[in-house]
Write a protein that binds this ligand. Structure first.
Ligand SMILES: Cc1cc2nc3c(=O)[nH]c(=O)nc-3n(C[C@H](O)[C@H](O)[C@H](O)COP(=O)(O)OP(=O)(O)OC[C@H]3O[C@@H](n4cnc5c(N)ncnc54)[C@H](O)[C@@H]3O)c2cc1C
Length: 454
């Protein structure tokens, strides 16, 4: 029996019979079609406390949803109580102290708009409709991380509701063990209602955008890229994309539908120095389009939005690799040439820079020494063709297996406990398990990339 004091609950309670049930049970990845028992759309911290208590009393599985962008679809489950934070949209930027207080339902683009009003930024991800909450709790990689670190590297504190329904704060000075754990350990220790970040002085412009070559030239492009990027200063971040060029307004029409390899740059710093560094890339071979120019940071942050709309079917498998060796480049080219769906695209992330300068033990996040992160993803409009694309992802990922180094927890699918352990490494995983025993000994928060208590 699900009893809630609805007079005291300021948010919205959504049950299967409610007209808005279908809208609220949906998440970004259309391949998940879950039917929870109840969705508790919390409007304030007291609602989250009440929702946790109700979840406990119900004995049903509990899931936590903020931006709804979990690759593994774990923010909604059948017959579960969904604790939905998406109504909690408060953002307060203090331009003098250069901090931002951000509630759990805020999306990346919503945060960027507030910080950019003051020429500030919080490092985050590359698609504006992703949730700040889930992204930050796993680490948070994005366009400015090589200069300014991960999202967690600018995190000052969190307010968190524990499995007992207690509200606690975690920071470097308060519950420091918990603060270590939430910086990479995901939703294992409780529900974060508020994040406090330091903001970095970014300005409002970046030198950014993609250069395109025909995909047949991918081998040469990647070999050139590998040596060019080896000397890159932290101001530069790049992502490589292989795909059929999308029919978007900023892509030249003669390229639409043609297989291409893109190197997308984002330079945060002096644009003249950026131009100088990027010049050899512009001059390599004959790019069929060069859209790298000075533009508003907000524009660049939104660049990928049209390629990843909610509702399509997506499947991902990810791995970190130390380097782009000749063998890895060959595997990459071979599989990229086999991309079938016009919607499939996969990023290869350059890593390092400021991310690698933070001590490995300082946070639970475990990918600081990665060289490149592959997030091999496939996409279709719906069920049709999905199985075939998923097989392509699995084959490609398997072909890279000899060089796998680790995996970013936020890029994991529902892949089982060994993969979660792999993403943290044994030592950190053991430490996280001990922390879980302290803060959630009954594994109440378990529909997630789960770290069971030791
Ligand atoms: C289109 C797209 C682009 C992405 N780009 C990036 C990127 O650039 N960089 C990057 O680092 N990652 C990226 N990701 C991965 C992303 O970080 C994770 O999917 C993340 O979990 C999304 O957070 P969310 O709040 O939107 O998701 P949700 O589905 O709402 O939550 C995912 C999980 O996080 C936990 N969680 C969520 N909110 C809370 C909370 N308030 N308290 C405690 N636990 C919580 C829960 O365990 C939940 O199951 C991307 C994902 C997508 C789909």
């Amino acid at each position: 029996m699900l009893e809630l004091d609805e007079a005291a609950f300021r948010g919205q309670v959504v049950r299967p019979e409610d007209p808005s049930y279908d809208a609220h049970r949906k998440i970004w990845n259309g391949s998940f079609d879950k039917h929870p028992a109840m969705i508790l759309r919390c409007a304030r911290v007291a609602d989250v406390v009440a929702a946790v208590k109700l979840g406990r009393a119900s004995g049903l599985p509990v899931t936590v949803r903020s931006g709804g962008h979990s690759f593994s679809g774990l923010s909604v489950a059948d017959d579960a109580v969904v604790i939905d934070l998406s109504l909690m949209k408060g953002v307060r930027v203090d331009p003098d102290r250069r901090t931002a207080r951000v509630q759990a339902g805020v999306l990346l683009g919503e945060l960027d708009k507030e910080t950019q009003a003051f020429g500030l930024a919080v490092p985050s991800g590359i698609v504006t409709h992703t949730g700040v909450a889930g992204l930050t709790l796993g680490g948070g990689i994005g366009w400015i991380m090589r200069k300014h670190g991960l999202s967690i590297d600018q995190l000052v504190s969190v307010d968190l509701v524990t499995a007992d329904g207690e509200l606690v704060r975690a920071s470097a000075d308060e519950n420091a063990d918990l603060f270590w754990g939430v910086r990479g350990g995901g939703g294992n220790f409780g529900i974060v209602t508020d994040f406090e970040f330091r903001c970095v002085p970014l300005g409002t412009q970046v030198l950014a955008g993609p250069l395109f070559w025909p995909m047949e030239q991918s081998g040469e492009v990647l070999r050139f890229y590998r040596s060019w990027v080896a000397d890159a200063p932290d101001e530069l971040m790049t992502i490589i994309i292989h795909r059929k060029a999308p029919p978007l307004s900023f892509v030249p029409t003669d390229l639409h539908g043609k297989p291409v390899v893109m190197v997308i740059c984002c330079w945060v710093g002096d644009p003249e120095q950026g131009e100088k560094f990027i010049r050899p890339l512009r001059g390599f071979g004959s790019p069929v389009a060069d859209l790298c120019s000075q533009k508003p940071y907000l524009t660049h942050q939104a660049m990928f939005d049209p390629s990843f709309p909610p509702g399509r079917w997506y499947y991902y498998k990810s791995c970190d690799l130390a380097e782009l060796s000749d063998e890895i480049i060959d595997v990459t080219v071979e599989h990229s040439m086999r991309i079938d769906s016009p919607l499939t695209s996969f990023p290869i992330w350059q890593t390092g820079g400021a991310v690698a300068q933070v001590g490995d033990d300082e946070t639970a996040f475990n990918g600081r020494s990665a060289g490149f992160t592959y997030n091999i993803g496939a996409c279709t409009e719906g069920r049709e063709g999905f199985d075939q694309e998923r097989e392509w992802v699995r084959d490609f990922w398997k072909a890279l297996e000899p060089w796998h180094e680790g995996v970013y927890v936020n890029f994991l699918g529902d892949e089982g406990s060994e993969r979660v352990r792999q993403s943290y490494g044994h030592a950190k995983y053991d430490r996280l398990q001990a922390l879980k025993r302290k803060y959630d000994p009954n594994n109440f928060f378990r529909t997630n990339q789960n770290i069971p208590p030791s």
